[in-house]
Ligand binder design. Structure first.
Ligand code: FAD
Ligand code: E0Q
Length: 449
């Protein structure tokens, strides 16, 4: 007898989890609110993309999907910074082209994962929204587009239904999860740079473009077909803010002043700014992710974070692999597997949540702060002097699968070293490098070997 699992949500994390669990012999049913994107299209046809890094690739590799995704992923070597005066500079993410990140279409990735889940034997029911859970009867009510209800009996529930999780709501009604949502006072708007008239990319394709402007910024990630998805991050209230920049004309004026080089590139700015929704951002913390061995939350449903490290999906894919491994190791003792899942993943989710928040500040401001630049240069120097010992935090998060909590803790130690050594200094040649080597040796263990 195959153990039965009922998943809620066939987004990125739900579809990968369904694939891995079906591949490992579970009988998997999935209920997804939206219609099948392979038939009806994805998100009204808007192309939205995400940065895929090592942790995400690992999940895809375990599921046997790397070869399917590689052809649709666009390499991003670094941040292409667009300064206010229009000049640009490429800041590489890694040492060479083996240390890069990849831009993938959310829709194409989701569809490939749905195909894989079904190929592995998962049954996906589209247009079925979770409405309520009856914990006494072990069933749940689902509703279709016309609000027609259907009842489904379940044995074990897994919620991958995103930041607004309905399963989380149903679990909270049973007993408090200690839920806390910390809103960011900034929102976002997605826009588009279409392919150039010649049909190619209008700006450098192999980079994550960024226009840092202090309290707000734009980014652009390439799509395989030659367009870019632009995202404006800006305060909800302020000047500029989404409360004052309201009309197409307001948006046009903001872009003309602060993002002048994008002006000829975003022809539908006025129309899209008004038509596309303003997204909200924040961090979700729960004290508890599971209800005994009966229900578990994963991905954004358990730990939504702000997007500024490009790690939400990557982290969710790590969840999926960890869960599949734990169910194997505990021989399907769900109670023990779910408790261990939370024990192992929660410190990592908390760490990437904190690092993602920090990265927004770094991204918008510190490009201009001389003390930050000195610390960054010293960091580079120490990383070169002590490879595998003093390792940039961005590298640990993006190019390794070290636990996020380790990246965070080592990052804190490294920052303290850089702060102490650069205190009162204005140039690298004033820093005592012998002392630096000694501090690294004392406070950090080598990572490799
Ligand atoms: P979702 O992708 O939200 O999927 C949830 C699914 O559940 C959906 O299909 C939904 O329809 C379904 N659902 C919801 N409610 C119900 C219900 N009641 N019943 C049934 N089904 C339901 N991450 C990265 O790794 N890299 C990036 O570059 C990146 N950029 C981002 C940029 C922005 C602006 C934002 C907002 C996020 C970004 N992220 C990024 C984060 C990433 O989008 C999320 O972490 C990821 O989508 C989480 O996947 P998920 O499957 O948990 O949730
Ligand atoms: C990445 C890749 C939405 C988003 C996604 C990202 C990144 C950023 C800024 C943003 C962080 C970085 N970053 O460039 O440091 O590495 O995914 Cl805003």
């Amino acid at each position: 007898m195959k153990p039965e699992l009922t998943l809620v949500g066939a987004g990125l994390v739900g579809a990968l989890t369904a694939t891995l669990l079906a591949q490992r012999g579970f009988s998997v049913s999935v209920f997804e609110r939206r219609p099948d994107p392979r038939i009806h299209g994805f998100l009204g046809g808007r192309s939205i993309n995400l940065a895929l890094a090592e942790r995400g690739w690992h999940g895809l590799r375990v599921a046997g999907l790397q070869k399917h995704i590689e052809p649709i992923a666009v390499m991003m070597r670094g941040r292409m910074v667009h300064h206010l005066d229009g000049h640009t500079e490429l800041l590489r993410y890694g040492r060479d082209d083996s240390e890069v990140i990849w831009s993938v279409s959310r829709g194409a990735l989701n569809m490939a994962l749905l195909d894989a889940a079904e190929a592995a034997g998962a049954r996906i029911h589209f247009g079925q929204r979770l409405d309520a859970v009856d914990w006494g009867k072990s069933n749940m009510t689902l509703r279709d587009d016309s609000n027609v209800a259907r009842v489904h009996d379940w044995t074990t529930l897994i919620g991958a239904d995103g930041a607004g999780s309905a399963l989380r709501g149903a679990m909270s009604k049973h007993s408090s999860l200690g839920e806390r949502f910390e809103p960011l006072e900034h929102g976002y708007k997605e826009l588009e740079i279409p392919p150039s008239d010649a049909g190619g990319f209008a700006i450098e394709p192999n980079a994550l473009h960024i226009w840092p402007r202090g309290n707000y910024m734009c980014i652009a990630l390439p799509n395989a077909e030659g367009s870019f998805t632009v995202t404006l991050f800006m305060p909800n209230c302020g000047n500029p803010g989404f409360d004052t920049v309201r009309t197409g004309a307001d948006a046009h004026a903001l872009f003309a002043r602060d993002f002048a080089d994008t002006q000829p590139l975003i022809p539908d700015l006025k129309k899209d700014f008004v038509a596309n929704p303003t997204g909200i951002l924040g961090t979700l913390y729960l004290d508890r992710w599971h209800q005994d061995g009966r229900a578990l939350l994963i991905g954004d449903a358990a730990h939504a974070i702000v997007p500024f490290h490009g790690q939400g999906m990557n982290c969710g894919f790590e969840d999926a692999v960890e869960l599949a491994d734990l169910l194997r190791d505990t021989e399907n003792d769900f109670d023990s597997a779910f408790a261990q899942f939370q024990h192992r993943r929660k410190p990592n989710a908390d760490a990437i949540a904190a690092m993602a928040l920090e990265n927004y500040v770094e991204m918008r401001h510190s490009v201009a702060d001389p003390h930050f630049l000195l610390m960054r240069d010293l960091g580079r120097e120490l990383a070169a002097r002590k490879p595998g010992h003093f390792v940039p935090r961005y590298w640990m998060v993006t190019f390794s699968r070290l636990p996020y909590s380790v990246a965070f803790e080592r990052g804190e130690i490294q920052s303290a070293i850089l702060r102490e050594l650069t205190n009162g200094k204005s140039a690298l040649d004033q820093v005592d490098l012998a002392l630096a080597d000694a501090m690294v040796g004392e406070r950090l263990t080598p990572l490799t070997g």
